[in-house]
Write a protein that binds this ligand. Structure first.
Ligand code: SF4
Ligand code: SF4
Length: 84
C-alpha cells in the first residue's frame, strides 16, 4: 500500500516513471505546490519500495502486508492434518 504525503510532492514524476509495475499515476487534484501528486492504481503494487527510495522529497511511504500470520495458520493446518 502506498501513502503519499501530497503536499511534499513537487511533481517530478520519478516515482511514476520508474515503478516497475506501472502502479502509480498522476492524480486529478493539485497540491499546495500546484502539481498533481501520484496515486496508486489498485492491485498493481508489489511493495518493492522503489518509489519510496527514489522520491527526492520523501513524499511516499510504502506499507508491505505482513504474511507471517497467514503462513503460521497454514502450518498449523498442516500439522493438524498429519495428526489425523
Ligand atoms: S517522486 Fe516524489 S516528488 Fe516526484 S512525483 Fe513522485 S511523490 Fe512527487
Ligand atoms: S512499491 Fe514498487 S510496485 Fe509499488 S508503487 Fe512503489 S515502485 Fe511501484
Amino acid at each position: 500500500m502506498i501513502e503519499v504525503n501530497e503536499d511534499y510532492c513537487k511533481g517530478c514524476n520519478l516515482c511514476i516513471m520508474f515503478c516497475p509495475r506501472k502502479a502509480l499515476e498522476e492524480s486529478e487534484k493539485l497540491n499546495k505546490k500546484g502539481v498533481h501528486p501520484p496515486i496508486e492504481i489498485e492491485d498493481r503494487c508489489v511493495g518493492c519500495r522503489l518509489c519510496e527510495l527514489i522520491c527526492p522529497d520523501f513524499a511516499i511511504t510504502v506499507t508491505v502486508e505482513d504474511k507471517k500470520d497467514d503462513l503460521s495458520t497454514k502450518k498449523k493446518t498442516k500439522v493438524a492434518c498429519n495428526e489425523v
